[in-house]
Design a protein around this ligand. Structure first.
Ligand SMILES: [Fe+2]
Length: 242
């Protein structure tokens, strides 16, 4: 159901890793003092900040984040972080239980730092994300629903679709630094994925491409937030019609 090329790699794993999480979404820049949580100083010596913890039972998710932070300091951080995510997403039902079922489009942010960003992203039924880049390596691990990716490449005459990937619960996708993709949730229900980026996702000025003309436009965290806001508005309109 999935293939790999230079830009993207997908894997499915059978291992189980227990995750217990439910950290606060809150406003993007609102982070708690690292001194106030259970992440070890060793994992936080690069100034990483963890979002507020709502329940004491979240220590397992904190362990997951700590594992990601430590992996990101290894000789090959991209591969090491991928292994942590593969283990974490290998039981999607546990991950779904830990994160909580998605109820609207949005990002549940667990970690933001210069080196690493970790969040859960929820797509409303049949939501689309136009072509965009990240300008940093990225992983997507699906824990509920399905996410179809079109991979794009810059060619002489502009952007061209180069490949398609269908991700199901338990799949992990790798997007390299130069990857450009657009995303569709083809299902009549929510899709949820855990995303890890090798940098500060929200502080990076990036590009997106108009879905009809494929004209390149600037994008950033605010633009992404607006896309989610509109998806939620559309979902509410559909519910009213129904
Ligand atoms: Fe993306």
């Amino acid at each position: 159901m999935f293939r790999s090329n230079d830009a993207t790699e997908f894997t499915r794993r059978g291992m189980i890793r227990t995750i217990g999480l439910g950290l606060s979404l809150a406003a993007l820049p609102s982070f708690m003092n690292p001194e106030m949580n259970h992440i070890s100083k060793n994992a936080l010596d690069h100034g990483e900040k963890i979002l507020p913890v709502e329940e004491a039972e979240l220590i397992e998710m904190q362990k997951f984040i700590e594992d990601c932070l430590l992996a990101n300091k290894e000789a090959n951080p991209q591969e090491a972080v991928k292994e942590v995510l593969k283990k974490g997403i290998s039981n999607p039902d546990l991950m779904l239980k830990a994160i909580g079922p998605p109820t609207e489009a949005g990002l549940k942010i667990f970690l933001r730092s210069k080196e690493l960003t970790i969040f859960a992203a929820s797509w409303t039924p049949q939501m689309n994300l136009i072509p965009h880049n990240h300008l940093m390596w990225a992983y997507i691990g699906i824990y509920t629903g399905r996410e179809d990716n079109i991979l794009w490449e810059k060619r002489k005459n502009g952007l061209e679709a180069s490949d398609v990937r269908c991700l199901f619960a338990g799949d992990v996708a790798t997007l390299n630094t130069n990857a450009i993709h657009s995303v569709t949730n083809p299902l009549p229900r929510f899709t949820g994925g855990l995303h890890i980026y090798g940098g500060d996702f929200f502080a990076t000025e990036r590009s997106q491409w108009d879905p009809e003309t494929l004209t390149e436009e600037p994008s950033n965290g605010e633009v992404i937030k607006d896309i989610f806001r509109k998806a939620n508005e559309q979902m509410r309109r559909v519910k009213q019609i129904d």
